[in-house]
Design a protein around this ligand. Structure first.
Ligand code: PLP
Length: 411
């Protein structure tokens, strides 16, 4: 089977080969990306993709599900064990699908939800007006203070005013711990359900490096491909009382047939995450983020909230001592020329459009999987700072150094 792709479709094969080389030759600091294991890749590219299995184990709408039933049950059991949850649904095709299903389980059209503002760290699916969550529901938002931190008293006030049916916590660009127990208090005080979206920090939670929301939130959603290092996909966990509603909201509510090859790959990733090695990996991710943050600060760069508690940080170019007239987009482009991949990001009190921005989001999960060490992250901080401080004139020199680093750590 292996060389068949090259044989049958050399166009696609060649592009995949180029992408392999790109992944080898660039340092990925995109906080939401990671490299899966070859075991995860193998399950994902297996014959399981051929099977239709609408429904749930032992309750399918198709025959021939004996083997895939075993796979989905294993995947569910491992996920429950990983986070200590009562119920697990491993079918959501993505983090977005998981969130849409969670709303569909709890809300009717026009119900009020309260989530974190997209500009200040939240996700599109937390009520943004361009997303179904902001169109189908009546969405209100909370944000961060001028110091970049969630002000829980302020969230409480907004909740009291908005009277939401659902409060969503969790973020895509928030470098600090999230106090899930406080969010639950706020939700209880206004009679709301609490959804915790742990897409970014799931791996850190597994390793006990971040508070686990399972005991506080009615529903926990996540992706499986960020710090959790599994295949591209979503998951939902919930309390027993909501299990039926959640399962029905995923299928037939918002999805059709499950991706059994992905569900198998999730099971493999959960098994990997249950190993002691995974705790070590997450500890490295967090320590490397600390190292990177401190080294960036020592070069005069300002970080939102002045640092990080997790795997990512946000550079605020408007508050930094170097590169003051550069935008997030300009720095993203310059870094890309030097083979370092980050993404531009809005910062608190952003004055520029989301296509330009005044900040950068930088994370350590992928580079840590690759094997980069503490000293390498200090080097990377200097490379980023050189690009910001000296602009185009530093690109060539940094580029050469990046290629050396990439050679040292083959994928
Ligand atoms: C990445 C992310 C998602 C969405 O995941 P997709 O798989 O891209 O749909 C949802 N919520 C948060 C907080 C995220 O960071």
């Amino acid at each position: 089977m292996k060389n068949n792709l090259q044989h049958i479709d050399s166009e696609i094969f060649d592009i995949i080969e180029l992408e392999k080389q790109r992944q080898q030759d660039y340092i990925t600091l995109i906080a939401s990306e990671n490299y899966t294991s070859s075991a995860v890749l193998a399950a994902q590219s297996s014959c399981l993709t051929n099977k239709y299995a609408e429904g749930y184990p032992d309750r399918r709408y198709y025959g021939g599900c004996v083997e895939v039933d075993k796979i989905e049950k294993l995947s569910q059991e491992r996920l429950k064990k990983l986070f200590g949850s009562d119920h697990a649904n491993v079918q959501p095709h993505s983090g977005t699908n998981a969130n849409i299903a969670a709303y569909f389980a709890l809300c009717n059209s026009g119900d009020t939800i309260l989530g974190m503002n997209l500009n200040e760290g939240g996700h599109l699916t937390h009520g943004s007006k361009v997303n179904i969550s902001g169109k189908w529901l009546n969405s209100h938002t909370y944000g961060v203070d001028s110091n970049g931190l969630i002000n829980y008293d302020r969230v409480q006030e907004i909740a009291k005013e908005a009277k939401p049916k659902v409060i969503v916590c969790g973020a895509s660009a928030y470098p600090r711990q999230i106090d899930f127990s406080r969010f639950r208090q706020i939700a209880d005080s206004v009679g709301a359900y609490l959804i915790a979206d742990i897409a970014h920090i799931a791996g850190l939670i597994v390793a006990n490096l971040h508070q686990n929301p399972v005991q506080y939130a009615h529903i926990v959603t996540s992706t499986t491909h960020k710090t959790l290092r599994g295949p591209r996909g979503g998951i939902i966990m919930c309390v027993k009382d909501l299990a039926k509603q959640i399962d029905g909201a995923v299928f037939p509510g918002t999805q059709g047939g499950p991706l059994m090859h992905i569900i198998a790959a999730k099971a493999v990733a959960f098994k990997e995450a249950l190993q002691q090695d995974f705790v070590r990996y997450q500890t490295d991710v967090k320590n490397n983020a600390q190292t990177l943050a401190n080294a960036l600060k020592s070069r005069g760069l300002k970080l939102v909230s002045d640092g990080t508690d997790n795997h990512l940080m946000l550079i605020d170019l408007t508050q930094s001592k170097i590169g003051n007239n550069l935008t997030g987009k300009e720095v993203e482009d310059l870094l890309f020329k030097a083979n370092i991949v980050v993404n531009k990001n809005t910062v608190p009190n952003e004055r520029r459009s989301p296509f330009i921005t005044s900040g950068l989001r930088v994370g350590t999960p992928a580079a840590t999987t690759r094997g980069l060490q503490k000293n390498d992250f200090i080097t990377i901080a200097d490379m980023i700072a050189d690009i910001i401080e000296y602009g185009q004139s530093s690109v060539q020199k940094v580029h050469a150094k990046v290629l050396d680093l990439c050679k040292k750590y083959p994928l």
